[in-house]
Write a protein that binds this ligand. Structure first.
Ligand SMILES: [Mn+2]
Length: 403
C-alpha cells in the first residue's frame, strides 16, 4: 500500500478528533489452529500492517495527529519456531509511522497519553451480554477505573466517515476480490451437475480463489440448491443437488481484507423450467432497475422502497399474492448494504449515496412451497455522475446461463 495514502488517512482522522482525544487500535491476535490470521480491519486501515498483537495509538496534540505504534519484540529462541518478527524499521517502512516501540513498553508509555486525554476511542467491536469481556473490552474497563475523567467510545463513530468512502486502492482490492470470485463462479457454472453435493461446488469456489493467492473468503459461502435457496443464511452446503434444481450461490473472496459479495442463481440442468424462468426474469429486471437508479444523492431508503414496489408488482404478476401488503412472505430483507473490509461494511442503513461508496444490490424472491429461491446480487461503485457495476462481467443473463 502507498505510504502517502496511509498518511492521508492519518490526517483525515486527525481532522475528526478534538485536541487530546486518543484513538487506540488493537491488531488481532493469532487465532488457534486451524484458522489463519486475519487482521483487524480498523488497525489495517491505518497501518497497512498484517502482524498480530500490535497496538496503534493516535492522539491529537496541538492540532496534529501523533502516531505511536507498538509491535512484538523478536526473541531469537522463539523465532526459530515462529519465524522472524517484523523489525521497527520495517514497520515504519510499511506504515509511515515513525514512532515505533515494543509492546513490553506499552503500559508505561500509554500512561502519558491517557493522562492528558478526555476522550478515548477503542476498537472494541460490538458488545454481547451473553459472553465474557474481550481483551479490548477489559482494557477499556481498566481505563475507566484508573482514569475516571476519560470518556470511552467505540471507534465506529469516528472511523465510519473515512471508511465509508473508498479510495482507488480500496476499489482495486474489491475488484480483485470480485474477479477471484468470478473465477470460482465460472468454474461452478461449467462443472455443476445434478447429483453432486453442494459442498463440491463450494470446493470449486475455494479452489479458484485460493489458487489466485487469496486465503480468506469474505464470509461463509452459501451454496443452496432447490428449497435450501429459500433459507436466507443457509450455510450447511451438504445436500445433494436435484435434477431440475435452481442453485443460489452467495459468495465472495477477500483480498487484503476487502470482500466481494456476489449472488448468482442458475439452473443446474442448463435450462430453466418455465416457472423458474418467470421468477428469475422478475428478479433480474428489479436488479437492473435498482442499479440504474444509483448515483450520488440517492438514499438507500429510496432504493429499498422502490425495490418493495417492484417486488409487489412481480409477486402479483407471478400470482403469488393477491394483496400488495403480503409481499413479505416472499421477500424479507433489504436490497442493499455497504461493502468494504466488512462484508456488511460501516455506514448507516439509510445513508445517502456519495461518490466513492460501494454498495450491493440484491433483490430476491423466495418461494419455499415451489422450491424456488432466486437472488441476484451485484457490487456497485457510486461514481461522480452515476455508478459502475464492478461485477458486470459475471454472467446473469438467461441466455448466458442456459448453455
Ligand atoms: Mn450482500
Amino acid at each position: 500500500m502507498d505510504i502517502k495514502l496511509l498518511i492521508e488517512r492519518h490526517n483525515k482522522l486527525g481532522k475528526l478528533m478534538n485536541d487530546n482525544d486518543l484513538v487506540i487500535l488493537f491488531a488481532n491476535s493469532m487465532p488457534k489452529y486451524p484458522r489463519s490470521f486475519l487482521q483487524d480491519n480498523n488497525f489495517f486501515y491505518f497501518t497497512g500492517l498484517q502482524i498480530p498483537d500490535a497496538v496503534l495509538l493516535i492522539q491529537k496534540i496541538k492540532n496534529k495527529p501523533v502516531m505511536h505504534l507498538f509491535i512484538e519484540r523478536g526473541i531469537p529462541e522463539m523465532e526459530v519456531w515462529e519465524g522472524k518478527k517484523m523489525s521497527r524499521e520495517e514497520a515504519t517502512k510499511i506504515s509511515g509511522i515513525k514512532a515505533v516501540s515494543f509492546l513490553d513498553e506499552f503500559e508505561r508509555k500509554i500512561n502519558f497519553y491517557l493522562s492528558i486525554s478526555k476522550k478515548c476511542y477503542v476498537n472494541m467491536g460490538t458488545g454481547n451480554i451473553a459472553i465474557s469481556l474481550s481483551k479490548r473490552q477489559e482494557f477499556a474497563k481498566k481505563i475507566t477505573e484508573q482514569f475516571p475523567h476519560i470518556q470511552i467510545e467505540n471507534t465506529i463513530g469516528i472511523i465510519t466517515p473515512l471508511r465509508i468512502v473508498k479510495d482507488k486502492w480500496e476499489i482495486k482490492q474489491i475488484q480483485t476480490a470480485i474477479d477471484a470470485t468470478e473465477a470460482g463462479i465460472q468454474k461452478i457454472y461449467k462443472e455443476a451437475k445434478a447429483g453432486m453435493m453442494e459442498y463440491e461446488l463450494e470446493a470449486m469456489l475455494r479452489y479458484e480463489i485460493l489458487r489466485k493467492g487469496h486465503n480468506h473468503l469474505g464470509f461463509r459461502p452459501i451454496i443452496a440448491s432447490g428449497v435450501n435457496a429459500a433459507t436466507l443464511h443457509y450455510e450447511h452446503n451438504n445436500c445433494k443437488i436435484g435434477e431440475n434444481d435452481l442453485i443460489l450461490m452467495d459468495v465472495g473472496a477477500a483480498c487484503n481484507n476487502y470482500s466481494a459479495d456476489i449472488t448468482r442463481t442458475f439452473p443446474v440442468a442448463g435450462k430453466f423450467t418455465k416457472r423458474q424462468k418467470a421468477v428469475y426474469k422478475e428478479v433480474l429486471n428489479i436488479n437492473k432497475k435498482i442499479i440504474s437508479m444509483i448515483k450520488p444523492g440517492v438514499g438507500l431508503t429510496t432504493l429499498n422502497q422502490k425495490t418493495v414496489e417492484l417486488i409487489q408488482e412481480a409477486l402479483l404478476c407471478l400470482k403469488l399474492i393477491k394483496k400488495k401488503e403480503d409481499y413479505r412472505k416472499y421477500y424479507m430483507h433489504s436490497v442493499s448494504h455497504h461493502l468494504g473490509m466488512d462484508t456488511h461494511d460501516v455506514g448507516a442503513r439509510d445513508s445517502v449515496l456519495k461518490e466513492g461508496y460501494v454498495i450491493t444490490v440484491e433483490p430476491g424472491i423466495y418461494i419455499t412451497e415451489e422450491k424456488i429461491g432466486v437472488r441476484i446480487e451485484d457490487d456497485i461503485l457510486v461514481t461522480k455522475n452515476g455508478c459502475k457495476n464492478l461485477s458486470q462481467k459475471i454472467p446473469k443473463e438467461i441466455e448466458k446461463l442456459e448453455k
